[in-house]
Design a protein. Structure first.
Ligand code: 26Q
Length: 826
């Protein structure tokens, strides 16, 4: 802008949050922004008007927050994540900015059905599962705690695929979530960074004769920012989530002239914009696709340029003070190339010497590990790096050189150790180990639950733990109570607030005050009433969707999470089959009606996971249609598990299935969401289950099965699943039904591969070893459920004692122990 703005003349109307003002805005938005009159408006038009009405009421706080950050220039946290599993923002935003009640009234008075409107919004499903949802919960907590923070990620045009079940099989459909526009994002066409790929490195001596490096002849892609405001709960702090979209660079246009090949140039332009096209839908096995590495570097490069630009905007900031103003958290190894990119910027652009650049880099970065599974550890072929990021490869080699020298001084002569910790894996082909790069380049690395962190120290990071024990710390996960209680379960939240006030919403440890009502029969009754109504609502949904009738008085037994062998949905199925056999052969004394609910997506290339989905649907089909079951058992697979469906399923659960093989689930967060909504947990001593049991008390938790140590020992000593097969006739009966096609009369061999997996192929996740203990514990579950009071008592105690698992607590720990950032006063 050439002319200076006369701020005297710059006056916007302050938007208040009373009912009349909301109604006025709705009318204005519909008329002036949407361009519709109320008689021809569709639900989507009204949703858009409503979203704009809410969004407008976040703008002042957002701008004020950004202004104050710029003015005060506090130390900031940058959360780098390839995934943000946000879900819908309409209700969350209203809750956080205090608009929920007046908006409801405003809508009611106008004859608008708020429930219908909110269903119009697409989920922002920019994540696979736990890791992506954790990032979204963290953003909510960062704003709520008034911590200066920025989320950085990719604006995928297509998020997590939509799952349809056709004939019992998973079919993936693209998630075109932006089709009708996204009311929460602000495109920032002027915030544009150039990201380089390919080319080559040239060395040249500078004026002082020092060797410098130029990365030249690159192919460039532009990164354009899209900003989404993230309001905290009951605070004015509104942080920013900045997602990058790929845009072709002008180079592609110039090529039209140079090469005279218009069509080819447009094709290449298109190809470069493919970078941010789609989220990779695998959550465990890393797939070594080049496009994925490009996505990683694309968002890392743009984010670091943005971070440094902001830092240098304050003339008082000098490069050596970077760690006083910048803390960067890497969500798993997906952004780990940031370590090399930061080094490149400090060395090649800011001309620091190696030691200083390295010291700054390690003080800035920290890394969160989310898995111990070896197949999930990211590595990239050196050859691919050389082609796409030749300068970064040089830098990684140099980092490795310095690190290996350091280790060899600490542990002279231990060549095996050097091989194990090297950033480069040599066999069978040369690959870069991203977890090693992230670890060496960070001052702190953390696990996501106590057991997980201890296993990091004793297994995959054992060598690093010897080299620098103080680097590995624990940050037990948490979830935001604003989404997973207030929004998911308004009824439960109101009941709680009526007893202990609203302090628990931002200080979840206050839930402990509920303990005094555990045996209060009026409270028990109200508590049960909430659960019953949530179950009835879910039953209605399932009826509409699947045409299966659920009995809301049966025990709702819920397993919702990605489908994976280690999470052992198959163990759940073995229990379902066993229960079915007991019912139809009248082997149950005092049967408790049960509804087994499963939901979750399988990675599209994960054949076994997809077979498990088909099996669940096949078993459900048989069980739900066998008159011998007499209403004592139902089984449903709810399609397309997502944040939105989670909000409907989780509050309706009586029992939470957390049954991974001990030592495999890093933390789990669904376990926390379910317990906070009053479900009792049946689970193994895995991930955060261990700490949940510690909090709620072992009498209030159904723990079964091998411990992580026992599981490791059993495998080491030679595990033979056939021993369990032959040693337990009910297990054998259930497995034989799979083998013989009992549940697949139209194709008798369909479930053979799953039978084989659990027998001949060694049952890697020890399902057969845990089967008997699991079945026995399910009998205890039934026994307790028969005693309504005893069950409700434990359910209340679970809610009361889950306060530790708020993401506010988690974020406070990161802020103090890793980032050293302060909560701002508001
Ligand atoms: C990596 C490379 C290429 C393509 C995809 C990926 C990829 C993507 C997503 C690898 C892993 C993920 C997601 C992992 C994840 O969700 N882990 C879960 O993180 C939760 C939050 O810490 C934990 O609670 C869960 O235990 C853990 O499984």
């Amino acid at each position: 802008m050439k002319k200076k703005i006369n701020t005297q003349k710059f006056k916007y109307s302050h938007l208040s949050k009373d009912v009349a003002s909301i109604q006025h805005s709705l009318a204005d938005s519909l008329t002036y922004t949407i361009g519709k009159d109320p008689h021809t408006s569709t639900a989507r038009d009204w949703f858009s008007a409503a979203a704009h009405t809410v969004r407008n009421r976040m703008m002042e706080n957002w701008m004020e927050t950004m202004r104050s950050y710029q003015k005060e220039d506090p130390k900031r946290v940058y959360y780098l994540s390839l995934e943000f599993l946000i879900g819908r923002l309409f209700t969350s935003s209203m809750i956080n900015v205090g608009l929920y009640e007046p908006f409801k009234q405003a809508a009611d008075e106008m004859g608008l059905d708020l429930d219908e409107l909110r269903e119009v919004e697409s989920d922002a499903a920019l994540g696979n599962g736990g890791l992506g949802r954790l990032a979204a919960c963290f953003l909510d907590s960062l704003s709520t705690l008034n911590i200066p923070a920025h989320g950085y990620g990719i604006r995928y045009e297509y998020g997590m695929f939509n799952q349809q079940i056709e004939n019992g099989y998973q079919v993936e459909h693209p998630d075109n979530w932006l089709r009708y526009g996204n009311p929460w994002e602000f495109p920032r066409a002027e915030i544009l960074f150039c990201v380089h790929f390919g080319g080559r490195v040239v060395e040249y001596p500078d004026e002082e004769g020092k060797i410098r490096h130029h990365w030249v002849d690159t192919t460039d892609v532009m990164a354009m920012a899209y900003d989404t405001p993230i309001p905290g709960y009951a605070t004015s702090t509104t942080n920013n989530m900045r997602l990058w979209a790929a845009k072709a660079s002008r180079d592609f246009e110039l090529q039209y002239f140079n090469e005279g090949n218009y069509i080819k140039a447009v094709q290449e332009k298109n190809a470069s914009e493919n970078l941010s096209k789609v989220l990779y839908p695998n959550d465990t096995t890393t797939n070594g696709k080049e496009l994925r590495l490009k996505q990683q570097f694309f968002f890392v490069s743009a984010s670091l340029q943005d971070i440094l630009r902001r830092f240098f905007r304050n003339p008082a900031n000098q490069v050596e003070n970077l760690p006083d103003k910048v803390a960067i958290q890497m969500n798993d190894t997906h952004p780990a190339v940031a370590v090399a990119e930061m080094m490149r910027l400090l060395l090649d652009t800011h001309h620091l010497d190696w030691d200083q650049a390295w010291e700054l880099t390690t003080r800035i970065f920290s890394y969160t590990n989310h898995t111990l599974l070896p197949e999930a550890l990211e590595t990239w072929p050196v050859e691919m790096f050389e082609r796409l990021l030749p300068r970064h490869l040089q830098i990684i080699y140099e980092i490795n050189h310095h690190f290996i020298r350091h280790v060899s001084h600490m542990f002279p002569g231990d060549m095996e150790l050097l091989k194990r910790v090297s950033l480069i894996q040599e066999e069978p082909e040369k690959r870069i180990r991203m977890a090693h790069l992230a670890t060496v380049g960070s001052h702190r690395i953390n696990g996501v639950a106590r057991l997980h962190t201890e296993l990091m120290k004793s297994t995959i990071f054992a060598d690093f733990y010897r080299i620098c024990p103080e680097k590995i710390v624990n940050m037990t996960n948490g979830v935001t109570p604003r989404l997973w209680m207030l929004q998911a379960n308004n009824e439960l939240s109101s009941l709680i607030s009526s007893k202990i006030g609203q302090g628990w919403i931002t200080d979840l440890s206050q839930l402990r005050q509920l303990e005094q009502f555990t045996d209060d029969s009026a409270f028990q009754q109200a508590f049960r009433h909430v659960k019953r109504s949530k179950k009835a609502f879910l039953a209605e949904r399932v009826q509409q969707l699947l045409k299966v009738e659920l009995n809301p008085d049966s025990l709702f037994d819920v397993q919702v999470k990605r489908i994976h062998e280690y999470k052992r949905q198959l163990l759940n199925v073995l229990h379902a089959i066993t229960r079915y056999n007991r019912i139809r052969h009248n082997r149950l004394e005092n049967p408790v009606p049960r509804t087994i609910i499963v939901a979750g997506k399988a990675a599209p290339g994960y054949v076994t996971a997809k077979r498990i989905i088909k099996l669940i649907n096949d078993v459900a089909e048989v069980v739900n249609n066998d008159p011998a079951v007499r209403g004592l058992l139902k089984m449903v697979f709810i399609p397309n598990y997502s944040v939105s469906t989670a909000l409907e399923i989780i509050p309706a659960a009586d029992l939470s299935e957390q049954i991974s093989t001990a030592g495999t689930e890093a933390s789990g967060t669904g376990n926390m969401k379910l317990a906070l909504n009053g479900a009792l947990t049946i689970g193994t001593l895995d991930g955060a289950n261990v700490e949940m049991r510690e909090e709620v008390g072992e009498d209030n938790f159904f723990i079964f099965g091998l411990t992580a140590a026992e599981a490791a020992e059993l495998r080491r000593d030679g595990y033979n699943p056939w021993d369990y097969y032959h040693g337990n006739w009910e297990l054998r009966e259930a497995l034989d039904m799979l083998r013989d096609g009992f549940f697949s009369p139209d194709e008798l061999t369909r479930h053979r591969p799953l039978f084989d997996l659990l027998t001949e192929q060694g049952d890697h996740y020890l399902l057969l070893a845990d089967y008997a203990a699991y079945i026995a514990m399910q009998e205890n579950v039934d026994a307790l459920y028969r005693e309504q009071h005893a069950w409700t008592r434990k359910s209340i105690l679970n809610v009361a004692r889950m306060g530790k698992f708020s993401s506010d607590r988690t974020i406070s720990e990161y802020a103090r122990q890793i980032w050293q950032v302060e909560q701002l006063k508001t």
